[in-house]
Design a protein around this ligand. Structure first.
Ligand code: HEC
Length: 111
């Protein structure tokens, strides 16, 4: 009887701990992605919020679909998206890993 309630108590604690961890982790990864966006100089052209580009020729990137954003970043990086302005992004993207593209795309989609 005693063992069962200890087990229940422990599993409840485990649940609480994993909930707290998941919540803290979600907040961290949003903050991490926001700093990644700044650290990779994206804000210089697309605006800190992703919707106030530095020139009318640079696109607004916030609030776009996550999958679309990731696909554009990947294609701009590997050169399969190639138009008059793509070379501007291609240089930048050499310093952005696949994992970082996914994080930034997910964050931008939520802005
Ligand atoms: C020097 C200016 C500059 C910087 C820095 C820059 N971009 Fe861009 N970005 C552009 C331009 C110009 C385009 C349009 C490219 C094209 O027409 O193919 C673009 C296109 C994009 C697109 C595609 C938008 C769409 O609607 O298809 C995304 C997403 C994007 N940038 C995200 C980023 C991210 C994330 C970073 C940082 C890692 C970044 N950009 C850094 C200038 C910049």
């Amino acid at each position: 009887m005693m063992n069962i309630s200890i087990c229940k108590a422990l599993s409840l604690l485990g649940l609480i701990a994993s909930f707290l961890f998941a919540t803290a982790h979600a907040q961290n990864s949003d903050a991490d992605s926001a700093s990644l966006y700044l650290a990779k100089a994206c804000a210089g052209c697309h605006g800190v919020d992703g919707r106030t580009p530095a020139t009318p020729y640079y696109p607004k990137v916030a609030g776009q679909n996550e999958t679309y954003l990731y696909n554009q970043l990947r294609d701009l990086k590997n050169g399969s998206r190639n138009n008059s302005q793509s070379s501007i992004m291609k240089g930048i993207m050499t310093a952005v890993s696949d994992e970082e593209m996914r994080a930034i795309a997910a964050w931008l989609a939520k802005q």
